[in-house]
Design a protein around this ligand. Structure first.
Ligand SMILES: NC(=O)c1ccc[n+]([C@@H]2O[C@H](COP(=O)([O-])OP(=O)(O)OC[C@H]3O[C@@H](n4cnc5c(N)ncnc54)[C@H](O)[C@@H]3O)[C@@H](O)[C@H]2O)c1
Length: 247
């Protein structure tokens, strides 16, 4: 049995993860920790799963590194700067494996891959991400990761900035600039997690859309990450692609 600890255990995702781990058949829920709980019980876990908040996750990472625990991180907020900070802290704990996954849904992983594949063929690319009103950070980790993948593909193809004649705009009207890709964030009661990648060319638009309709959509990916982490090299891995045979 794989011993699993969950950080953020009382949250929307954490509750779902605790349920999935308990029902998995090959995992033990060794520790379910939320804000204010002592983290000591996590020392018994082989893998610690973090679904807390961008403001809390780095301290949890430092704790896991100090206690030699492998980590699966679903919490958002991991831009390039933060990933560099993770690599730095892992330099002091070279035996630890940390897997940061911007999106555990298989459909979303494929959406990001398709967007990266298509990006070099279109002169324009923008992202619209849509989430429930309880989400505290914007844009989503998935949107930021998709923007990075699109930017890398555009750069490799020698594409310059996307055409945009805007000279006057209200603050935020053109979305956030994430490595040169515009990202628009919608927060709406009733939604779960959705994203559209819009690619525009000569007389045509390609839209790639993914919808997570229920948080259970993330659980096969979370369980695969917990099972797969021992096979990863120590250090930092980003995304589920390697585990899904897409890398
Ligand atoms: N990677 C993915 O596929 C994916 C999917 C959905 C959500 N997310 C991300 O996961 C994170 C959690 O999302 P959510 O909707 O469950 O949020 P939530 O607010 O419902 O839950 C967060 C939980 O973490 C707890 N928490 C905060 N600080 C803590 C700490 N220091 N130690 C322990 N627990 C702490 C809170 O009390 C809360 O119960 C967010 O960053 C969200 O963007 C990622």
């Amino acid at each position: 049995m794989i011993k699993v600890g969950v950080l953020g255990a009382k949250g929307r995702m954490g509750t779902e993860v605790c349920r999935a781990v308990t029902g998995s058949g090959d995992m033990d829920l060794t520790a379910a920790v939320d804000i204010g709980d002592p983290r000591d019980q996590l020392a018994l876990a082989a893998v610690v799963v973090d679904f807390t908040s961008p403001g809390a996750v780095m301290d949890n990472l430092r704790w896991c590194a100090a206690h030699g625990r492998n980590m699966v991180i679903g919490t958002s907020g991991f831009d390039e700067e933060r990933l560099a900070a993770v690599r730095l802290s892992l330099g002091e704990a070279p035996e630890i494996t940390v897997l940061v996954v911007p999106n555990f849904s298989i459909g979303a992983v494929l959406m990001m891959r398709f967007a990266a594949q298509a990006a070099s063929f279109f002169e324009s690319a923008e992202i619209v991400e849509l989430h429930h009103a309880g989400k505290v950070d914007a844009p989503s980790g998935t949107a930021a990761r998709t923007a990075s993948l699109i930017a890398a593909a555009r750069s490799a193809a020698g594409l310059g900035p996307a055409p945009d004649a805007t000279t006057t705009a209200l603050a935020g009207a053109r979305g956030a600039d994430v490595v040169g890709v515009r990202v628009h964030a919608v927060r709406l009661a009733g939604l779960v997690a959705h994203q559209e990648v819009l690619l525009g060319g000569h007389g045509e638009v390609l839209t790639i859309r993914h919808d997570s309709l229920d948080r259970s959509s993330f659980m096969p990916g979370v369980l695969a990450a917990i099972r797969g982490i021992p096979a990863l090299p120590p250090g930092l891995t980003v995304g589920l692609d390697t585990m899904l045979g897409l890398a």
